[in-house]
Design a protein around this ligand. Structure first.
Ligand code: AMP
Length: 542
């Protein structure tokens, strides 16, 4: 027997329609590339999204067409999110930090029909345009007065497109499995691969990530997504905020400590999300200038393992609770978030802190398990570690255009490529990327654990640990360190710092000090680059 409930598809357009109707005067604040802070509200955003949808239709954009963006977090990018997906086309957010050749590959692979760009990226677009054959026009996300003086074929002006339209547009009701957004993985090996999200998956993800034990968003929240809208849809925040009617604050191109601090304070932000590096920069800036935070209460930090030192400093020195989260592009992206349970209320401070370092519990909707090399499930005891597999309605089943074949296991699980433990309470702890784990004489050493310890040293700004070839042990850990400015630390005292913190055989064999570490386009340490750089490194123990 079928139910007698309405069969209404889950549509992305319903989010902006809801926010307009019920939170119409709630603000959206953006730092713009042009300079000034822009303010408007959900009602005005909805009007402009509908005008933009009409403009896209007039340009010939049809259902299923891909529309690219090369843009920061800002109100026009937000309008594109809703106009493009809402009309039935697919917004393809491109990471401008990728190498130009990779961007060209991605635009061509996605066959973007139009591409919208922030002024920052005009020189990049000028360079790429001739090799992007599918693109019929490039739209500068600005007004007529700020149009760039560049030679880009079929260059259009965003505000001109909107000015020519009214908002008489009804969002179509589509099959909820219709594709809505496309995002390419950073591609540490081979070409980037596209992950194609749908209306249904995006809505379910937005619901789940708004919950108290996830992002804890509500109509009284003021949220600042520092994580870029070109990196897995800013972790879904542009969808979750209108779902609850939260005030949105977009940082635009200003991702340095000073700019972020200013927005946090002037807009009275209480919740902000970003990768560990942005927090490192912010903490550094606040400490140097003896500043405090007056409204920020929680941060979600993920995308890479959050070092204990960041969690400790934000908590103890700035009164900010860190919710450590884990996810991936293939998972829309949120899989787990770390919040305590009621039974943890009386936990001694040291144990509570230990718990907060884990990547957290799965949101309802994400199922996970760890398996050994033969696919046998391992115990959820917080000790056994193995390959992490996931399942759920916002987890990818195949890459765009079937690149990479069929990634799922025979019984329908997605192999994340991460190695993890899961404890009896469901808390996940990532011990490594399967290709970063250091295989020393048959034992596995977690590079993340060793990096976290190094980061805890007062003279260390950033650290990476990679496995380097060793004649006896196969691989041994090499620690690569960036010192804080004005700080000194020797090789020996760095290694001594590990004493009592890990088993003796896990202590790195050597330390190298460098000026900076290589990062990928999504802000993660590029271990691949480091492995290449140090492939002939001779350890003193070798
Ligand atoms: P991306 O698709 O670029 O978001 O990268 C996803 C990968 O980042 C995951 O598979 C993990 O290896 C890593 N990652 C994300 N969040 C965390 C975290 N909190 N701790 C450790 N690794 C993480």
């Amino acid at each position: 027997m079928l139910s007698l409930m309405m069969n209404q598809p889950l549509m992305i357009s319903s989010l902006i329609r809801h926010a307009d109707k019920n939170h119409g005067d709630t603000e959206i604040v953006s730092r713009t590339v042009e300079g000034p802070i822009h303010r408007y509200n959900y009602r005005a955003a909805h009007v402009r999204a509908r005008r933009l949808a009409r403009a896209l239709a007039r340009l010939g954009v049809q259902a299923g067409d891909r529309v690219g963006t090369l843009a920061w977090n800002g109100y026009r990018h937000f309008e594109l999110y809703y106009a493009v997906s809402g009309m039935g086309a697919v917004i393809h957010t491109i990471n401008p930090r990728l190498f130009p050749d990779q961007i060209t590959y991605i635009v061509n692979h996605a066959e973007d029909r139009y591409c919208f760009f922030d002024l920052t990226f005009a020189p990049l677009v000028e360079r790429l345009a001739p090799s992007c054959k599918s693109v019929k026009g490039w739209v500068a996300m600005t007004d007529r007065a700020h149009m760039p003086n560049v030679s880009i074929p079929n260059l259009l002006c965003y505000e001109d497109l909107l000015a020519a339209e009214n908002d008489d547009f009804d969002w179509p009701e589509l099959d909820e499995n219709t594709a809505a957004a496309l995002c390419y993985t950073s591609g540490t090996t081979g070409n980037p691969k596209g992950v194609l999200y749908g209306h249904r998956s995006t809505l379910l993800h937005a619901y789940a990530t708004s919950l108290p034990d996830a992002k804890n968003f509500s109509a009284s929240s003021v949220v600042l997504p520092i994580v870029p809208m070109f990196h897995v849809n800013a972790w879904g925040i542009p969808y979750a905020a209108p779902l609850v009617g939260a005030k949105l604050v977009f940082p635009g191109p200003g991702l340095d400590g000073a700019s972020i601090y200013e927005l946090l304070e002037t807009e009275r932000v209480d919740s902000a999300s970003g990768v560990p590096t942005v927090w490192l920069n912010l903490i550094d800036y606040m400490k140097q200038n003896k500043l405090k935070l007056s409204t920020l209460k929680v941060t979600t930090i993920g995308g890479a393992a959050c070092p204990a030192a960041i969690i400790r400093t934000l908590q103890d020195d700035f009164g900010v609770r860190v919710m450590h989260g884990w996810g991936m592009t293939e998972m829309s992206p949120v899989g787990t978030v770390n919040c305590p349970k009621a039974k943890h209320a009386g936990l001694p401070a040291a144990e509570a802190f230990e718990l907060s370092l884990k990547q957290g519990r799965p949101l309802f909707g994400v199922d996970m398990k760890i398996v050994d090399g033969d696919g046998n499930e391992l115990p959820r005891d917080g000790k056994a570690f193995g390959n992490l597999l996931v399942k759920g309605p916002w987890v990818m089943r195949e890459y765009y255009k079937s690149e990479g074949g069929k990634p799922l296991t025979a019984d329908g699980w997605f192999p994340t490529g991460d190695v993890a433990t899961i404890d009896a309470d469901g808390y996940l702890q990532i011990t490594d990327r399967s290709k970063d784990v250091i295989k020393s004489g048959g034992e596995w050493i977690s590079s993340i654990d060793l990096e976290n310890i190094a980061i805890g040293h007062p003279a260390v700004m950033e650290a990476a640990v990679i496995g380097v070839r060793h004649p006896k042990w196969d691989e041994r850990p090499l620690l690569i360190v960036v010192k804080k400015s004005g700080c000194e630390v020797s090789k020996n005292s760095m290694l001594k710092f590990y004493e009592g913190k890990v088993a003796r055989w896990c202590v790195p064999d050597d330390v190298v000090f460098v000026e900076q570490l290589p990062h990928t386009a999504t802000g993660k340490l590029s271990k691949m680059t480091l492995r290449e750089q140090f492939k002939d490194y001779r350890l003193p123990t070798a």
